[in-house]
Design a binder for this molecule. Structure first.
Ligand code: NAG
Ligand code: NAG
Ligand code: NAG
Ligand code: NAG
Ligand code: NAG
Ligand code: NAG
Ligand code: NAG
Ligand code: NAG
Ligand code: NAG
Ligand code: NAG
Ligand code: NAG
Length: 738
């Protein structure tokens, strides 16, 4: 046998237990990989590559048409014998085996410097993943060829840089290349995905769905191989207020940064606007460009420890900006220069300053020790900036960012413990998602930046970076930005984002001119609604932590059978109950396409129902966002985290379970996450098709409150018991049914 390959009968059920383990070239002792049933699998062995599995609901197939090997990143070619249609791996470079019933691992070991692979399928197939940045405001990667590195100044958003060596296709498979080495992806040929990495040894995984068409299960299998997010603290979901410069823009009697925060606290208090944390972007310390001496500048922060304690007493966690970057003449720079830790050839005289090579253990230890000052005075997380601005060689970006995020995480977790602090970064690669959350970089403060941010949030979710936010109103501002209408629309988008964070200050604060009291109203409505959705968001964040399926979901994840959702960049499911279609233009209206498979009820007025598969033109002023709840939904809400609510006397948590029954949905459920017991608590609803009776059952949700059922014949209420219980409602006339 001089060559071999394998192919499955087209009728084969989706079962990778049938995949053989192989190593080329096979010898006489070639044996089948043992499946769980220890049976010799019934596969037909063909004599030709490609590695092809006919598994997909959409008529496509996994077609690993080439393994690429070469001496440079643009000279890699298919391993020799593929060219003749035969797989004669004479050097024994390629091997594969099945990891489980969903996953095949291919390992390539060569003496060449670059290794990659090509997958070809139907020209109409789409590829998702790899980069958060949405390129030409695209959800998929059609036509894109770029490295797996940070994207710089770009249309819409600068530095939207979460990324992962993982893509999946709507044809029903995914591919994960498990490496932090620099590489590139090329989707320029329709129906073809190609990648190449700067490594001579690479393992990549071909991932199939659990059931045909179940794209979510591809994300879950990838998450299992890679990582999932850590649960954030309750204070991490926001609203979070921050400024690029609390050292200026003083109002009233304010004379330093500390007092500027108090001014924010007081305005939130008097307007009764909910919030959970604040952070200081640069500047806040001494030294060149205010960072690198591991301190607070006493001119602006005369009593940092008391200040942070005071914020905490008022219900706010506090975070600070950090980066792996040594500005000239700072402690960080001097120590690194003396010890040879700085990446060579990058001029410390220029603003950028070089990064430390954190692969050097002493550099890592030094940085970590010194950064620990911040948690020691009460700081509960970092905004982790940069890592892709030229401060290190490009080929180090992925490795170094992983190390820096790890270092930051360690300083915090050692002081506060898991899930008790909130880090977030813009340049996050693959497994680092378990060590930091993500914000989408510097969005432009206009409708282009807003539209791109919505798409980047959806794309982030498609790689399992679930706990995500954008700078509400945008970051890159012209003098008069953000315009009031843009800011209001973006506030509502942040209501329906996993995290609500909003930059203020430097002449852009909602309660100071030129902004009107109407904007303060929108801020209050949108911030308080985000807070009220916390039980819902936290439950779905737990699902993301467990399974990798994000809170903010591309519509096609919920409606994979509806092709019209495949490139839906301007609407998404938030969890699986709510469908959100932000207004991302200066008009007061937009067209909304409702995915097939369910009816959607307008969530604010609860008066209009939209059929799946239909479009509607919806009009809305800035006090609302087009948001819809699906037939049969269960939506837990309520005020269960106090944060800055010091204005309610004897505040206590209260949970509300909203029910939206439909006769067409006889049974539905919601998995509520009880943060105190750390348990998943099922809530189920049964709706009788004939009698109009609705029965709800629930486990120990931990917090009492009420059950509220929305129907045509009014709002029906019942008591919600903390320890669990049930309730029945009679003669319900569903809002969804005629
Ligand atoms: C690839 O090479 C590495 C290092 O020599 C070795 O540990 C590994 O087992 C090899 N893998 C395969 C599949 O040959
Ligand atoms: C090859 O590497 C160089 C240097 O990092 C980079 O500029 C180029 O885009 C890479 N090309 C490919 C195909 O990855
Ligand atoms: C991407 O693939 C196309 C088609 O093979 C090729 O022309 C192009 O040079 C590739 N791009 C890069 C950056 O290698
Ligand atoms: C603590 O914070 C409050 C909140 O606004 C502020 O009014 C007060 O002056 C601060 N106390 C101290 C001692 O700084
Ligand atoms: C930082 O150092 C550079 C280079 O010496 C200098 O030009 C700049 O003025 C310094 N900036 C600050 C804020 O100290
Ligand atoms: C770093 O070294 C420079 C030059 O020797 C010196 O001026 C500066 O004060 C040092 N910085 C710190 C924080 O020690
Ligand atoms: C970074 O440090 C590691 C460990 O010392 C070293 O192997 C590597 O070459 C360094 N990278 C660069 C670009 O200097
Ligand atoms: C590949 O990585 C090596 C270090 O391992 C580096 O010297 C080289 O420049 C990289 N090549 C490219 C094209 O990035
Ligand atoms: C949005 O802002 C960016 C950055 O300032 C700018 O390049 C772009 O032209 C703006 N777009 C619109 C539509 O104004
Ligand atoms: C709800 O009704 C009010 C009053 O008629 C209207 O102004 C608003 O636009 C409606 N909101 C939605 C979300 O339909
Ligand atoms: C039922 O709950 C709704 C929503 O919380 C509330 O507006 C209404 O007053 C309640 N009705 C009764 C009878 O308690």
């Amino acid at each position: 046998m001089g060559s071999f390959s394998l192919a499955f009968a087209a009728t084969a059920a989706l079962s990778l237990q049938q995949v053989v383990a192989g190593r080329g070239p096979p010898d006489a002792d070639w044996h089948w990989h043992k499946g769980p049933d220890s049976e010799k699998p019934s596969v037909s062995v063909a004599s030709t590559w490609p590695f092809a599995l006919d598994v997909c609901k959409f008529g496509g197939a996994v077609h690993n048409s080439a393994v690429l090997v070469g001496g440079t990143n643009n000279s890699a070619s298919p391993v020799a014998a593929f060219t003749s249609g035969q797989f004669a791996d004479t050097q024994g470079q390629v091997a594969w085996d099945s990891v489980n019933s969903q996953v095949v691992r291919v390992t390539v070991n060569t003496s060449s410097s670059f290794v990659g692979a090509r997958f070809s399928s139907d020209a109409a197939d789409r590829f998702y993943g790899v980069w958060e940045y949405p390129w030409d405001d695209q959800l998929d990667n059609a036509g894109i060829e770029f490295e797996l590195k940070g994207v710089g100044d770009s249309e819409g958003v600068n530095w939207a840089n979460a990324r992962a060596p993982f893509f999946f296709s709507n044809a029903g498979y995914g591919v994960y290349a498990d490496t932090l080495q620099m590489g590139s992806y090329n989707f320029s040929v329709p129906g073809t995905a190609e990648f190449i990495f700067n490594t001579s040894s690479l393992a990549y995984y071909v991932i199939l769905p659990d059931r045909p068409g179940d794209l979510k299960s591809i994300l879950s299998a990838y998450a299992e191989l890679s990582s999932t997010i850590e649960m954030p603290p309750d204070s991490g979901y926001g609203p979070t207020f921050w400024s690029d410069n609390f050292e200026e823009d003083f109002h009233g009697s304010v004379s330093n940064a500390q007092e500027n925060y108090y001014d924010v606290i007081n305005h939130l208090y008097y307007n009764q606007i909910r919030a959970t944390s604040m952070f200081a972007d640069r500047p806040y310390g001494t030294g060149n460009y205010s960072y690198g001496n591991f301190d607070f500048d006493p001119v602006y922060y005369p009593t940092p420890e008391n200040f942070i304690q005071n914020l905490s007493d008022w219900g706010f966690d506090f975070q600070v900006w950090v980066a792996n970057r040594a500005f000239l003449d700072t402690e960080l720079y001097n120590a690194s220069l003396a010890n040879g830790w700085l990446f060579p050839g990058i001029d410390g005289e220029v603003f950028r300053g070089p990064a430390l090579n954190l692969s050097i253990p002493e550099a890592y230890e030094y940085f970590k020790q010194h950064l620990s000052y911040f948690p020691s005075v009460g700081v509960k997380g970092y905004k982790i900036d940069r890592g892709e601005e030229g401060e290190m060689p490009v080929f180090e970006q992925n490795v170094q960012m992983g190390l820096f995020i790890q270092l930051c995480y360690e300083t915090m977790v050692e002081k506060w413990g898991e899930s008790n602090f909130f880090d977030f970064a813009r340049s996050v690669v693959d497994r680092s998602r378990s060590k930091t959350n993500v914000w989408n970089g510097d969005a432009h403060s206009n409708y282009t930046g807003f539209a791109y941010s919505v798409t980047s949030g959806i794309r982030s979710g498609l790689m399992g970076f679930s706990t995500w936010s954008s700078d509400t109103g945008g970051y890159i501002r012209e003098e008069e930005d953000p315009a009031e209408d843009l800011w209001a629309r973006w506030m509502w988008f942040s209501t329906f984002s996993p995290v609500y964070e909003i930059p203020i200050g430097t002449n852009h604060t909602p309660w100071y001119p030129p902004y009107t009291s109407d904007l303060v109203e929108v801020l209050k409505e949108s911030a308080n609604m985000h807070h009220d959705l916390f039980p819902y968001i936290k439950s779905y964040t737990y699902q993301a932590h467990k399974t990798g399926i994000p809170v903010m979901r591309a519509a096609f994840l919920e409606a994979p059978y509806d092709e019209k959702t495949f490139d839906m960049t301007d609407a998404y499911y938030f969890g699986s109950e709510l469908f959100v279609a932000p207004i991302i233009t200066a008009e007061n209206q937009r067209s909304v396409y409702f995915p097939e498979g369910t009816k959607h009820l307008e969530y604010f007025n609860k008066s209009f129902v939209f059929e799946g598969g239909s479009s509607a033109s919806v009009e809305m002023d800035v006090h609302y966002i087009p948001a819809y709840v699906r037939a049969g939904a269960i939506v837990p809400r309520g005020d269960i985290y106090q944060g800055n609510n010091k204005w309610t006397k004897d505040w206590k948590p209260e949970l509300t379970i909203e029910l939206y029954p439909s006769k067409e949905v006889p049974w539905s459920s919601f998995v509520y996450y009880n943060g105190d017991t750390k348990q998943e608590v099922p809530i189920t609803m049964k709706t009788s098709h004939y009698s109009g009776q609705v029965d709800v059952d629930y486990g120990p949700v931990g917090i009492g409150g009420k059950i509220v059922l929305f129907a045509k014949n009014g709002v029906h209420n019942a008591t919600l018991h903390a320890g669990g219980g049930s309730a029945s409602f009679n003669e319900v006339e569903s809002l969804f049914d005629d």
